[in-house]
Each structure stands twice: as C-alpha cells, then as structure tokens.
Design a protein around this ligand. Structure first.
Ligand code: TRP
Length: 345
C-alpha cells in the first residue's frame, strides 16, 4: 500500500509529528493521537507519524537521558493508543537524516521576514531573541522538511500550528516557482476543531497542560483507574444541571469541557451528549464520565507501562519505522538535490 515513488506525490499521504517533550496528557490523546489512529484505521492511504526529537532541543537545553526517556514514552503512548507500527510508519525524526538535509535547502528558500513573523517564534523567543537558538528561528523550515520530504498531502495538527502549515505551503510554492516545476505538493492542513481541545480540569478557560504545577488540573496518559476517577470527581463545575442543548454551555467553560471530553471519548458529538444527559446533575454526570474515561484510558496506561518495560522492543520498532520512512524520503531528497543542481551519482 505504501507507494514510494515521487512521481505519485499528489496521492493522499498523511504525515504528522509530536515533540517528545514528556508528560503525555488527555489533551495529547484526544487532541492529536486519537485522530492519528482514526486516520490510520480509515486505511487506503499511508500514515506517517514522527517523534520530532530534533524540534525538542530547539527551545532549551534538554538533558540527554530525559530526551531518550521522553522519546520512548511517546512511542509507547502512540502504540498503546492504537497506532500499529505495521500499518503506520512510526519513528523518531533524527534517525532519518533526510529531514535535516531537506531542511537546509528550505533554509535557503524561506525568507528571514517570513520566519520573523511566526507567532510561535515571537512568543517563545519574546524579548530574548538575541539569546534564542538559531534552531528555534529555523524550526518552521525543519517542520516543512518533515512534511515535504514525504510529499505528504495532509497534515493533522492543532490550530496553533496553522501558521506553520501556511509557511510550509509558501516554501513549497516558492521552491516550485524558483525551479520551475511542480515538485512539492501544496499540503492541506487538517485542523482539529475546538471540540477536541481539552481544557484544565480546575479552570476551563486554560488549556490542559503537562506543565501546570497542579496535577489535579490534568489527566495523564499514565494515570491509573483510581487517579482518573478521583480527578474527574474533583473537577470544577458549576451548580447548574446539564442543559438541553449545547447553547446552554455558553459561558460555562468547565461544564463545556467535561461534555466535550465525554463526547470525544465516546466518539460522539457534544450535542448528542447533552441530549442524553439533559437535566442531570454534574455529580451524576461525572460518575458516567469517570466510568467512560477509566474504560478508555486505563488500558492505555497499562499497555504503556508494559511497553516502557521493554525498551529494546521500542527501539527496534523505531529503527524499523525509520527504515521504512527512509525508503520514501531518500528518493525525494535525491530528486530535490538534482533539481537544485547538486552534482552526485
Ligand atoms: N510543531 C509541531 C508542534 O509543536 C510538531 C511538528 C514538527 C509537526 N514537525 C511537524 C507537526 C510536522 C506536523 C507536521 O505541534
């Protein structure tokens, strides 16, 4: 099913990446990984999922043991959630050197002005741009290379990555224009809606984050059944019962968040959830949500723990994934070098 010829590059091919920055939460699962699994299981087109360890070192120094652990934990999270390393191509970025090689070409295509306008650069570098790494500035060109080295046509991402996807399209278009051929596809972002944005359990106006000092604000993918149930029971709500329609969740961020989480876990819509539970008190709704969350998430945590105990198996899976990724990336990079005029055999 995996076609490896650059000539067929406009066939549908899905690529996405996640940074191995440690501490996977329900937000990572519902906001990203679950969509990746759904696309994989839809079948009929290749799905390529990457742990972007080279992006993970752009913002600040990461202790090498931590980076290794985070990469393996993310791999375990992917597999425990349903990514099948036979069906999808699953690997870490640094093992496929073609990403960095194409990124260099793109560093010479992208303009300083484009990069300087990236809101993520402005947010992360802030007033401290002088002291930020060159890698942080070039981050979006590496991201474009991640995608385009596979001629990926569709990229599922959160809406915070929309601007980086636009830059990817600009880079592809400028390359194609400068060299006078339609070589790189103009990639389509597949932006996930607000319904799958998981919010903080104690403050529904903030995103659920692995870096919040309080563990009660989030559900970790490694939490056991009791912990999941306790966190949901203690999640903030308001005194009103569930409304008849989703309009009734307006200006009730915590209530809306719990309904959204229920809907995402049950593979249904928030409208269907409120229709079913209209008039129920949150105490009762939380019991239902907790049963559902434990049912869906506890087996993932158990499987993650099992995989994490077998590091050699994880490394073997990643090495095999990298090999398969290279089969697609190598001919595309070779053709890119030819187009650019790099002499080689
Ligand atoms: N920048 C993405 C994020 O922080 C991660 C990423 C790197 C990525 N390369 C990618 C996402 C390629 C999609 C495609 O979420």
């Amino acid at each position: 099913m995996t076609d490896t010829t650059p000539e067929t590059h406009f066939d549908r091919r899905v690529f996405s990446g996640i940074q191995p920055s440690g501490g996977l939460t329900l937000g990572n699962y519902l906001g990203a990984i679950k969509h990746f699994v759904d696309m994989q299981d839809e079948g009929g087109y290749p799905t390529i999922y990457c742990m972007v360890d080279m992006h993970a070192i752009t913002a600040k120094f990461i202790d090498p043991d931590t980076l290794r652990r985070n990469t393996r934990e993310l791999c375990a999270g992917f597999i425990a959630s349903g990514i099948d390393p036979e069906k999808s191509i699953l690997f870490n970025q640094s093992q496929v050197a073609e990403h960095a090689q194409l990124a260099w070409i793109f560093n010479c295509v992208a303009r300083m002005g484009w990069m300087g306008r990236m809101t993520q650069w402005k947010d992360k570098a802030g007033k401290n741009a002088e002291n930020s790494s060159l890698g942080l500035f070039a981050y979006p060109a590496l991201m474009a290379a991640d995608i385009l080295v596979y001629h990926a046509t569709h990229v599922p991402v959160g809406d915070d990555q929309k601007q980086h996807l636009e830059l990817t399209r600009d880079i592809a278009a400028k390359f194609n224009h400068d060299y006078g051929q339609e070589f790189f596809p103009i990639t389509e972002p597949v932006i996930r809606g607000a319904a799958t944005r998981v919010m903080n359990l104690q403050d529904g106006t903030k995103k659920m984050s692995k870096s919040d000092p309080s563990d009660r604000t989030r559900i970790n993918m490694t939490d056991d059944a009791d912990t999941i149930a306790k966190k949901i029971r203690r999640a903030k709500t308001d005194p009103d019962p569930l409304p008849e329609t989703v309009d009734g969740l307006e200006s009730r961020p915590e209530a809306r968040n719990l309904v959204n989480i229920y809907a995402a876990l049950a593979d249904t819509t928030p409208a269907a959830v409120v229709a079913e539970h209209a008039g129920a008190q949150f105490g009762a709704f939380k019991v239902a949500l907790s049963d559902l969350a434990v049912d869906r998430l506890a087996p993932i945590a158990t499987e993650m723990a099992r995989l994490m105990d077998d590091q050699a198996e994880i490394d073997r899976i990643l090495a095999r994934g990298a090999e398969r990724a290279r089969e697609i990336a190598a001919p595309i990079l070779k053709k890119t070098y030819e187009i650019v005029g790099m002499v080689g055999a």
